[in-house]
Write a protein that binds this ligand. Structure first.
Ligand SMILES: NC(=O)c1ccc[n+]([C@@H]2O[C@H](COP(=O)([O-])OP(=O)(O)OC[C@H]3O[C@@H](n4cnc5c(N)ncnc54)[C@H](O)[C@@H]3O)[C@@H](O)[C@H]2O)c1
Length: 387
């Protein structure tokens, strides 16, 4: 079988999950890892079993064995690394958000089209088997036309003033923090599952923790180390809480909230879609269950089991009933579809309905976040999503 070489830029929290996912495919070589210094590149390459480590992304991009570039750096580097990879006509798997501004993500769409490569964004919740089931049921018309979409994405890992991430620094994370980081996931999922597009938003944005202790050294995501020692008290300007009213292109309405300061919510993404025949609800922290709400019968819970979900989406269930699918399995499913598309491209064929988000989808998420920021900046007025 054809072997494909991949390289990873940025191996902090999520980067190693990209490597785990491609390793499960069996036909991908982990060629290289690039870190922010020679030393970290070498150390991380060794830890992840990559052949080579680089101290800069340029070195990795120039490696002829790297055909697919995975980007898992802080957000501000996504545009420049992606653009440089596309200039070398490498396939790209960018972690979200695609860029820190819609202007940049729009340019990346054009650059990817010119390069003629597979260009994906890891909105990984799409790969969950019950998300696929929910989408399939809705597109088939099981709940009727959706008229209301609601939910939230709440976390608590930034709840203390001693918690800090580059996400809170606009120069590294972009103009928004929670909205760009996890709101982008919710918006992508709501659109993907419903088949609708968000056209207008009205945002209310808050910075709950206005001063934080920023460590003088670097700290990777979800690092629980905290304290005042070796840290400076800094002002925070970006959102850690936001609520949004949403309108969809079909006339459906919606509402969602995001926050990284809600105690007890670890990675709590919930999406509920209501039609007149039924409602469907999926919650990431209970991802092996899909709730169906009914008016004239008892509500139901579908517990994930490949034999009970539709044959068309069964390939997203990796394990038999009673064996819990998890975050990494959904991530893998998306990466599998990306690499199937890369293989198909080399033979001039195509993969039917791959689950991954394209650069157009990634750009759309950036446009929505930017529209929410614009809405909030003008005091909370309805704002059109332009893209
Ligand atoms: N898909 C998801 O669910 C998901 C989950 C977490 C993070 N993310 C995204 O992945 C990206 C990384 O997030 P994270 O949580 O892993 O952050 P992190 O801080 O844990 O890791 C980032 C890594 O990038 C490295 N880095 C910084 N500058 C670099 C450079 N110039 N060259 C190479 N490496 C460099 C850092 O040293 C660090 O190891 C972000 O864009 C984030 O939004 C996505």
């Amino acid at each position: 079988m054809t072997r494909i070489g991949m390289g990873l830029v940025g191996a902090g929290f999520v980067g190693p999950h990209h490597v785990d996912a491609v390793r499960r495919l069996g036909f991908v070589d982990i060629v290289a890892v690039a870190g922010s210094t020679e030393e970290s590149g070498r150390r991380k390459a060794e830890a992840l079993g990559a052949r080579r480590g680089y101290g800069s992304y340029e070195g990795l991009l120039d490696d002829p064995e790297v055909q697919v570039v995975h980007i898992a750096t802080p957000n501000y580097l996504h545009y420049q690394v992606t653009s440089a990879a596309l200039a070398r006509r490498k396939h790209v798997v960018s972690d979200k958000p695609l860029a820190t501004t819609a202007a940049e993500s729009g340019k990346l769409v054009e650059e990817a089209n010119r390069a003629g490569v597979v260009a994906a964004v890891t909105f990984n919740y799409r790969g969950n088997p019950l998300v696929q089931q929910m989408r399939h049921a809705i597109l088939r018309g099981d709940i009727g036309a959706p008229h209301f979409l609601t939910g939230y994405y709440l976390q608590d890992w930034l709840i203390k003033d001693t918690d800090y991430s580059w996400r809170l620094d606009p120069d590294k994370g972009g103009a928004s923090s929670a909205l760009g980081d996890i709101g982008s996931h919710w918006c992508d999922l709501a659109q993907y599952v419903s088949g609708l597009r968000i056209t207008h938003v009205l945002g209310d944005i808050t910075t709950v923790i206005k001063k934080r202790y920023k460590p003088r050294g670097s700290r990777e995501a979800f690092d629980a180390t905290n304290g005042h020692e070796g840290a400076d008290l800094v002002d925070i300007s970006v959102d850690d809480l936001a609520s949004v009213l949403v309108r969809f292109d079909s006339g459906a309405k919606g509402t969602f909230s995001v926050a990284q300061v809600c105690a007890g919510h670890k990675n709590d993404l919930t999406l509920e879609i209501c039609g007149r025949a039924a409602s469907l609800s999926w919650r990431q922290e209970h991802q092996n269950e899909l709730w169906r709400g009914l008016r004239d019968k008892a509500n139901e819970v579908l517990v994930k089991d490949p034999s009970l979900i539709d044959p068309e989406v069964r390939r997203y269930a990796r394990l038999p009933g009673g064996h819990q699918e998890a975050w990494a399995d959904a991530f893998f499913n998306v990466i599998r579809d990306v690499y199937a598309s890369i293989l198909a491209r080399s033979t001039g064929s195509a993969v039917s309905s791959p689950a991954f988000a394209t650069f157009e989808d990634g750009h759309r998420a950036c446009c929505i976040v930017e529209a929410i920021l614009n809405s909030a900046a003008r005091g909370g007025v309805w704002t059109e999503v332009l893209c």
